[in-house]
Design a protein around this ligand. Structure first.
Ligand SMILES: [Zn+2]
Length: 184
């Protein structure tokens, strides 16, 4: 694909989208419904998989392996929780995650090595390690002061979810750090 094709794609996006709604978002500011921490993997296009492709719906932080580690990630989460007050916070892992594979393979070079060493995983099996990593990142999120506070005030719900690259389905694994049970 050539860069011009991307720019052409944007032209068609900009000409098709409702300008009044865009202006409203600029004037009133954003009020996203969820903060989502997902993997950077191109096969996990967050807005697309939740069928929410309109601007203003999600506040998304994407890192390899949906890791919650440094200040850029935590600062972004804090901004979304404290200032935007998103009612949902979702850690979204996915099957066949390359970052988890690198961790299991003991990859140790450069910045990638540093990143994957930060995943404290016990599982050696890929599918289990992916889920364990979602749980671990949920735990890290829940330990953040602003999230603890919002959980106490019941102004936020924290979910761990898993996206299946092969089926396109998202499964909910946990809610507020406990196993997720379907509510009717
Ligand atoms: Zn991944």
């Amino acid at each position: 694909m050539k860069i011009i094709e991307l720019l052409e794609g944007n032209k068609s996006f900009a000409s098709g989208i409702d300008k009044r709604t865009l202006r409203e978002l600029v004037e009133k500011g954003q009020k996203p419904v969820a903060t989502i921490i997902s993997c950077s993997d191109s096969r996990v296009p967050v807005e697309v998989i939740f069928n929410q492709i309109y601007p203003g719906t999600f506040f998304i932080i994407r890192t390899a392996g949906n890791m919650v580690s440094d200040t850029s990630v935590k600062g972004s989460i804090e901004y979304a929780i404290v200032h935007l007050k998103t009612p949902y916070l979702i850690v979204l892992g996915h099957t066949e995650c390359g970052a988890i594979k690198a961790r299991l393979a003991g990859y140790n070079e450069g910045e990638i090595g540093k990143l994957v060493r930060g995943m404290k995983l016990k599982s050696k099996d890929l599918d289990k390690a992916v889920i364990e990593n979602v749980d671990l990142q949920v735990k890290r999120v829940i330990e953040m002061e602003c999230v603890k506070y919002a959980l106490d005030k019941k102004t936020i719900e924290v979910y761990g979810m898993l996206y299946d690259l092969s089926t396109g389905q998202v499964n909910c694994l946990s809610k507020n750090g406990a196993p997720f049970l379907l509510e009717f």
